[in-house]
Design a protein. Structure first.
Length: 115
């Protein structure tokens, strides 16, 4: 199985926090680290299942302080946030999905790559 490491930059446009478009192609076994060049803590929230968990737990998150391994294939919806040092949260808001839709997206994860 061939795996890749992905550095995924989360950017800020006005008060919208965005993941790359298109997202890099992820496969089971790949590793991922989310980061931002802006001050603050990157948080990627998965309201449904997460590609980084081995169970079916919902409403989980990963942060820019960790490198995670893709463990499941499928389509996973996510929302990106940047938590500023003063407590302000920019980006995706589960209570305002229409207003913050640009701060979310899908991770379309493939089955493991074969050499």
């Amino acid at each position: 199985m061939t795996t890749k490491h992905h550095e995924i930059e989360i950017t800020v446009v006005d008060k919208s926090v965005r993941q790359p478009s298109p997202m890099p192609q992820l496969s089971v076994g790949d590793t991922v680290h989310y980061f931002s060049k802006h001050d603050g803590k990157v948080v990627v929230r998965f309201p449904g299942r997460s590609p980084y968990r081995t169970d079916d737990r919902v409403n989980t998150q990963v942060t820019g302080t960790e490198t995670v391994t893709v463990t499941q294939h499928g389509l996973f919806k996510c929302g990106c946030q940047l938590e500023l040092s003063d407590g302000t949260v920019l980006g995706w808001n589960p209570r305002d999905l229409a207003g913050t839709k640009d701060s979310g997206g899908d991770h379309d994860v493939r089955k493991p790559n074969r050499p």
